[in-house]
Design a protein around this ligand. Sequence first.
Ligand code: GA4
Length: 329
Amino acid sequence: MVVLSKPAIEQFSVIKTCKPATFFGGIPLIDLSKPDSRNLLVKACEEFGFFKVINHGVPTEFISRLESEAVKFFSMPLPEKEKAGPPDPFGYGNKSIGTNGDVGWVEYLLLTTDPEFNFQRLSSIFGQNREMIRCALDYVSAVKKMACEVLELMAEGLKIQQRNVFSKLLMDEQSDSVFRLNHYPPCPELQEMNDRNLIGFGEHTDPQIISVLRSNNTAGLQISLRDGNWISVPPDQNSFFINVGDSLQVMTNGRFKSVRHRVLANSTKSRVSMIYFGGPPLSEKIAPLPSLMGGKEDSLYKEFTWFEYKKSAYKTRLADNRLGLFEKI
Ligand code: GA4
């Protein structure tokens, strides 16, 4: 029998940690039902580019239904899953991320959030399994609504008059948003490797405006603090984790930070995560908002459209500093 799914572990980045990862207790917690959330959001985006939200309004059944569909999909035999691949750019991918040589201990489904496109492509991939598509569409529309609410609170917190200045980009019919289901299988070999960790998804920043992540209760996500130290994010399946993307960093002229993050594989438990990446229309100019510049400040970035940034980003490796190419010297 030919085993397709288990290339030698040495092919994957293994990192050495000096001490066992301890969970970080200082991740900003934003309760969306509280009136002070707008100011706390701004503070979190400035300090970390990352925060956790509760009272988010996304129905629990949308989350659990999609998670169980995802678990069903990833439990299928590899040749079945491969019928939904390769991710060019949408579809099933296994261990290889992007097109420039990145690998990780992960399998995934990459989808657009354009229902028309997904219905056509996914119906042909999943055949009878319409349930997966339905669940993904319900989930994405609820998460998108919450992401827009968060972006509007951010605009208010920044004292921008037009409260939909960010959210309108996600609401636009042409919004170039992506949805990703990731499965990090357990890697039992890790137990013999003591203080070593295996990269599930290598360090990177997200190119879009905002990313909304929900995972099951398996740890793995880490974020990089301003001082370059990596901290482990305690998993919480009832909350969402939100990070600032490169485009939001640019629109706030560097005031909000696009956070570097990565995922480490686990030796015993499967991690399943679902991430909505809210992006603007391809033709949108990504530039600092005039209302944040006070007439005096200079833009830190050259002018570019989302199309130009995305094209350039997709030519990079995960860990590259993609915004560096667009910074003014
Ligand atoms: C990171 C954020 C999203 O997962 C993603 C990723 C994309 C991919 O998996 O194809 C990229 C990565 C992400 C940034 C740099 C390029 C493109 C892999 C890669 C090496 C879907 C996205 O939009 O950018």
